[in-house]
Ligand binder design. Structure first.
Ligand SMILES: Cc1cc2nc3c(=O)[nH]c(=O)nc-3n(C[C@H](O)[C@H](O)[C@H](O)COP(=O)(O)OP(=O)(O)OC[C@H]3O[C@@H](n4cnc5c(N)ncnc54)[C@H](O)[C@@H]3O)c2cc1C
Length: 481
C-alpha cells in the first residue's frame, strides 16, 4: 500500500501517513480496510440516502472491539477526520466523510439474548431486523424503530421512536448498558452504576462520546401477533376531519396503541393493488401490541373516521410489521432530506396548515408523518436521560424524498418552509434523528436538549472527547475543542 493522504480532524489540512505505518495498521486489522483502489470500496461507501456521495480515504471495517480500538487509536495518533458507521441509515449522511477515516461497524451485528433475564446484547452494527429476529424467537422485543434495515446504533443514541413508544418508551429508555470505545482508545462500560455520566449522555446525545461496540437492552414480551390498523383515506377535502378524529381518539387511547398519521401517495409497489398506485392518502396508522384478542375492537374507531378506499388492517406477526415498510425505503434509491419538529399542541389551524402542506408536497414520494407521542416515553423526566424533550405531544416529521438531482433545491426548500411554518406550535426542538442537515447548529441542539441538558452534555463531551474526534454527528462541541 502506498502512503495515504487523509483529511485532518478539523478538515483544515491533509495528513500524509507513510506506507509502512499504513501497512502495519492494515495488517493488524482483522476486518478489511478499503481504499479507493479496492474493488469493494464503492459498494462500502454507499449508505441509505441516495443524495450522499462521499469518498473516504479509508474505510476500516471492524470485526470486533480490538479493530475499533485500533482504528480509534490510529485516528487519534494521526489527527484524522473520523466518521462512524453503524447501519448507514442516517439521512444527513454522517456515517461517511470525504477524505477521512470511516470506522465501519456493519459487520459487528451479532445479538445474544438472555431469555430468562429478558435482556439482549447487540453489536454496534446491528440493524433493527437483526435484533427483532433474535428476540422474537423468545416472544420478546425491545422498542426500536419501524424500518427493519435501520441501524440500532444511530437510532438508539439519538432516542429511537417506534411502534412500542407509548407502551415501552424509546429505544434509549430500554438501554441497560453500552460498551463504548472513547477517544483515548479505552473500552468503557456505561450503565446506571458504572460511568453513569456517560450512560446519561449516550441516551440521546448521539455519537458524540465514542464508538459503541455493543448495546444491552431490556426486553419485554411482545407478540408474536400484534394488530395493525391501516385504513387508507383519500387525501381530499375531509382530510382535516380525519386528522381531528385521529387526534381525538389518540387523546384517550390505551398505551398499547402507538399511532402515526401519514400523508403520502400509494407507492407503485406490488404490496398495494395497482388501481390505487399513486393515490394521495391520509392514513392514521397504528399498532396495538397488547393482547391480540383486544386489538381489533380497540383500533376500530380509527377505521371508521370516513370511508377508506383501502384497508390493510389485520393481525400479523410483530416481525412482519417491523419489516413491512422495508421495500418502500430501499437503500440508495432516492434523494432525501428529513426534518422534524416537536409540537406541544395542535389545533384546527395547525391541522389546516399540515393538511395544506400534505396537498402541496413537492412530489409523490414526499411523506409527512405526524407521530402521536405520550405514554411511557413522556413519563421519563427530561433530566433522567440526555434526550431533553419529554413533554411534546407530537412529532411533525417531513420525510422528503425525490429522485432527480435537479429538484434538490425545490425539495429541501419546501421542507424548510413547512418546518418553519409550524414553529409557533413548538419550542423549536427537533428529533435529532431527523434534523435536516442540522443547519441551525447550536440553536437547534439547545432547543432539542433543553439548556440544562445541553450544558451537561458539553461538560461530558469535554471530559471524554476534548479534541472533538467524534464530530461528524449533531455535534456537541467540547469547551476545549
Ligand atoms: C428508512 C428509514 C427509516 C427510519 N425509521 C426510523 C424510526 O422508525 N424511528 C427512528 O427513531 N428513527 C428512524 N430513522 C432514523 C434513524 O434512526 C437514523 O437515521 C439513525 O441515524 C440510523 O442509525 P444508523 O446506525 O443506521 O446510522 P449511521 O448512518 O450508520 O450512523 C449515524 C450516526 O450515528 C452514530 N453512530 C453510528 N453507529 C455508531 C456506533 N456504533 N457508535 C457510536 N456512534 C455511532 C454516528 O454519529 C453516525 O454518524 C429512520 C431512517 C431511515 C433512513
Amino acid at each position: 500500500m502506498p502512503e495515504l493522504k487523509v483529511i485532518s480532524r478539523d478538515g483544515s489540512s491533509t495528513v500524509t501517513i507513510g506506507a509502512e505505518t499504513v501497512d502495519a495498521f492494515i495488517a493488524g486489522h482483522r476486518g478489511s480496510c478499503l481504499t479507493p483502489a479496492d474493488p469493494e470500496y464503492d459498494e462500502a461507501r454507499v449508505i441509505w440516502n441516495g443524495s450522499i456521495d462521499k469518498r473516504p480515504a479509508i474505510i476500516a471495517r471492524c470485526t470486533g472491539t480490538a479493530d475499533v480500538i485500533d482504528a480509534v487509536n490510529f485516528a487519534r495518533e494521526h489527527g484524522l477526520l473520523v466518521a462512524v458507521r453503524g447501519g448507514g441509515h442516517n439521512v444527513a449522511g454522517n456515517a461517511m466523510c470525504d477524505g477521512g477515516l470511516v470506522i465501519d461497524l456493519s459487520a459487528m451485528n451479532s445479538v445474544h439474548v438472555d431469555a430468562e433475564a429478558r435482556t439482549a446484547r447487540a453489536g454496534g452494527g446491528c440493524t433493527i431486523g437483526d435484533v427483532d429476529r433474535e428476540t422474537q424467537a423468545f416472544g420478546l422485543a425491545t422498542p426500536l424503530g419501524v424500518v427493519s434495515l435501520t441501524g440500532i446504533a444511530g437510532l438508539t443514541l439519538c432516542g429511537g421512536l417506534g411502534w412500542l413508544r407509548r407502551k415501552l418508551g424509546m429505544a434509549c429508555d430500554a438501554l441497560i448498558s453500552v460498551d463504548i470505545i472513547t477517544a483515548d482508545g479505552k473500552l468503557v462500560t456505561a450503565s446506571k452504576d458504572r460511568n453513569a455520566d456517560l450512560f446519561w449522555a449516550v441516551r440521546g446525545g448521539g455519537g458524540n462520546f465514542g464508538v459503541v461496540t455493543s448495546f444491552e437492552y431490556q426486553l419485554h414480551p411482545i407478540g408474536p401477533t400484534v394488530t395493525l390498523c391501516a385504513p387508507f383515506y383519500r387525501l381530499g377535502d375531509d382530510a382535516a376531519d380525519i386528522v381531528r378524529g385521529w387526534n381525538y381518539f389518540m387523546a384517550t387511547a390505551p398505551e398499547d396503541i402507538s399511532s402515526t398519521c401519514l400523508f403520502w401517495n400509494v407507492p407503485h409497489h406490488p404490496a398495494f393493488p395497482e388501481e390505487y398506485h399513486g393515490t394521495p392518502f391520509v392514513l392514521p396508522a397504528a399498532i396495538h401490541s397488547g393482547p391480540p384478542e383486544d386489538g381489533e375492537a380497540l383500533v376500530r374507531p380509527l377505521r371508521e373516521l370516513g370511508e377508506p378506499f383501502l384497508d390493510l388492517s389485520g393481525q400479523l406477526p410483530y416481525a412482519d410489521v417491523q419489516s413491512a415498510f422495508d421495500p418502500l425505503f430501499a437503500k440508495g434509491e432516492r434523494r432525501n432530506y428529513w426534518k422534524s419538529l416537536y409540537l406541544n399542541r395542535i389545533d384546527d389551524d395547525g391541522i389546516a396548515r399540515i393538511v395544506a402542506r400534505a396537498h402541496g408536497r413537492p412530489n409523490p414520494w414526499a411523506l409527512i408523518a405526524l407521530y402521536h407521542l405520550g405514554g411511557a416515553m413522556n413519563r421519563v423526566s427530561p433530566a433522567e436521560t440526555a434526550l431533553g424533550v419529554r413533554d411534546a405531544k407530537y412529532l411533525y416529521s417531513l420525510e422528503t424524498s425525490w429522485t432527480d438531482h435537479a429538484d434538490d433545491e425545490r425539495a429541501t426548500g419546501w421542507t424548510r418552509e413547512a418546518w418553519a411554518e409550524m414553529q409557533d406550535y413548538s419550542n423549536g426542538g427537533a428529533y435529532l434523528n431527523f434534523p435536516g442537515q442540522g443547519e441551525e447548529g447550536e440553536t437547534l441542539l439547545r432547543a432539542s436538549y433543553g439548556s440544562d441538558n445541553y450544558e451537561r452534555l458539553v461538560a461530558i463531551k469535554t471530559r471524554y472527547d476534548p479534541a472533538n474526534m467524534f464530530r461528524l454527528n449533531q455535534n456537541i462541541k467540547p469547551n476545549s475543542g
